[in-house]
Design a binder for this molecule. Structure first.
Ligand code: SF4
Length: 476
């Protein structure tokens, strides 16, 4: 590896201008170091200069042999310490399956490894290959994904599989740019598939890698900025061992996931501690490691989180619960949910008029099931007077915190409601004249249906309260 290979910032592809061992590039970088950092860190050369000027301990990044030692130490550690994860099975067998890598990388976005393992196994049992996924219905895909959250990922995997069938004869392409033309495969996932499945020399930069790099070099650049993220990617690309891209990328991510973790980092057992600036600073100044290590990565502007309060109605009739599916786009995507109204958003309470509009949606659905509406007060009475508050649950999306107040409504067995075995769709209901699909499901049927995670939490609350006899059989 040369001193400073020119890298296009924000791109996965190394520039072709100079050879990697170009002396001109090296001289230019040394001159840059003498001049001091520019006010704005613009590309990877700037970044290396910046790192060197900031702290001479970072000098090793300008030494080809030292970089090689770093890479080999990391790879050795990874070989001995990698976790036996199900998506690594085909890699260990020497026949990497790009479909497996694609599914696991998609599931692992925003989700913990421990949560993903069970879903990954179930997914592969149901959709063992791309043709089976492409041929499935979206409903079935959502059922298998149900509970994992961020349902758009499942929909995009499904669309991606159909694209691979129609355009690439069922084979995952190796080229990173071609990969990025497939729905749901962006720069991160394409680099992961290309490097891990096909050993192509593209660095993969997830949150773990950002953290490791920022601590290794004590980089105090804010990773909330997309420009700085590009620089981190360029640095990751610069440091990577191109001949063993698959293992190297996984080793970096594994280090961040198991040793250089956000809070319980284990510097004393870290294979790369002798190259770690944060570790050395703490030792030299004899300060607790956490005083230094916890400063990285720098993330100034955390994403502002909105807060919503929902009122969810568990409407039960003859052992069935009323479930809806909003055909319009919303956070719950194409999933079944209990009827709900968002009655507060960021502290602003819904007006009485808006509330009535939302309830009209329920009126439409219940009327369609045969609920008598000759008494105009019938539905509000059912919702307001017969509804028993049974508690609340919380659910977090990336940008939204939901507080869900749950009310249980038991429809009297004397009411003549029609429960059909399949779903029905009605249009022109609710505040936006939405199309609503509805179904009555038993608890057993719910377990096999595509239901959002927060609605599962609502059901778990109901079951807990029933067990503790907060909800008596008297009520329903
Ligand atoms: S020595 Fe500590 S801070 Fe540095 S990379 Fe290792 S675990 Fe992270």
């Amino acid at each position: 590896m040369g001193f400073v290979p020119a890298i296009v910032v924000g791109s996965d592809t190394p520039r072709k201008q100079k050879s990697e061992t170009s002396g001109i590039s090296k001289k230019r970088a040394i001159n840059r170091i003498k001049q001091g950092p520019r006010q704005k860190v613009g590309d990877v050369e700037d970044l290396l200069t910046y790192l060197y000027q900031k702290d001479k301990r970072n000098k090793w990044v300008t030494d080809e042999k030292e970089i090689s030692r770093f890479q080999h130490t990391l790879l050795e550690w990874y070989k001995k310490n990698r976790r036996q994860l199900p998506w690594r099975q085909t890699l260990m067998e020497g026949q990497p399956n790009p479909y497996h890598i694609w599914v696991s990388e998609t599931m692992l976005q925003q989700t913990r490894v421990t949560n993903v393992i069970g879903y990954y196994k179930k997914w592969l049992q149901t959709f063992p290959d791309i043709p089976s996924l492409a041929a499935s219905s979206l409903e079935r895909v959502n059922e298998i994904w149900a509970g994992l959250g961020y349902y758009r990922r499942a929909k995009l995997l499904h669309e991606g599989a159909q694209t691979i069938m129609s355009r690439f004869d069922g084979k995952v392409p190796e080229d990173i740019k071609v990969l990025q033309s497939i729905p749901g495969i962006g720069p991160y996932t394409s680099a992961a598939i290309a490097s891990i499945a096909f050993n192509k020399p593209y660095a993969v930069c997830d949150g773990n890698v950002f953290r490791v790099l920022s601590r290794l070099f004590s980089i105090d650049l804010d990773i909330s900025s997309t420009d700085n993220q590009s620089l981190f990617r360029s640095l990751a690309q610069f440091l990577m061992f191109k001949e063993m891209a698959a293992d190297y990328n996984q080793a970096m991510m594994e280090l961040g996931a198991t040793v250089c973790t956000p809070k319980s980092f284990d510097c004393n057992h870290c294979p790369v501690q002798r190259w770690c600036n944060s570790f050395q600073i703490a030792n030299e100044h004899q300060v607790p490691l956490s005083d230094i290590v916890c400063q990285f990565p720098v993330k100034s502007s955390r994403v502002k989180q909105n807060e919503e309060e929902l009122l969810v109605y568990l409407i039960k009739f003859a052992n069935h619960f009323l479930m809806l599916k909003n055909i319009s786009r919303n956070l719950l995507g194409n999933l079944w949910h209990f009827p709900y109204v968002i009655w507060k958003r960021n502290g602003n309470t819904m007006t009485e008029e808006e509330k009535i509009q939302h309830e009209c949606c329920l009126v439409g659905v219940l009327h369609s099931c045969g609920y008598p509406l000759n008494d105009t007060n019938g539905l509000p009475k059912l919702l307001h007077e017969s509804a028993i508050p049974i508690g609340q649950v919380e659910h977090l999306f990336t940008h939204i915190k939901q507080i869900i107040h749950v009310k249980f409504v038991c429809v009297s067995s004397e009411t003549k409601l029609v429960i059909e075995s399949s779903s029905r769709r009605i249009g022109g209901v609710g505040p936006n004249d939405d199309s609503i699909e509805y179904r009555w499901l038993t608890e057993e049927q719910m377990e096999k249906s595509a239901i959002s995670r927060q609605m599962m939490k609502v059901m778990e609350l109901y079951q807990k309260q029933k067990k503790q006899k907060v909800i008596h059989s008297f009520f329903c």
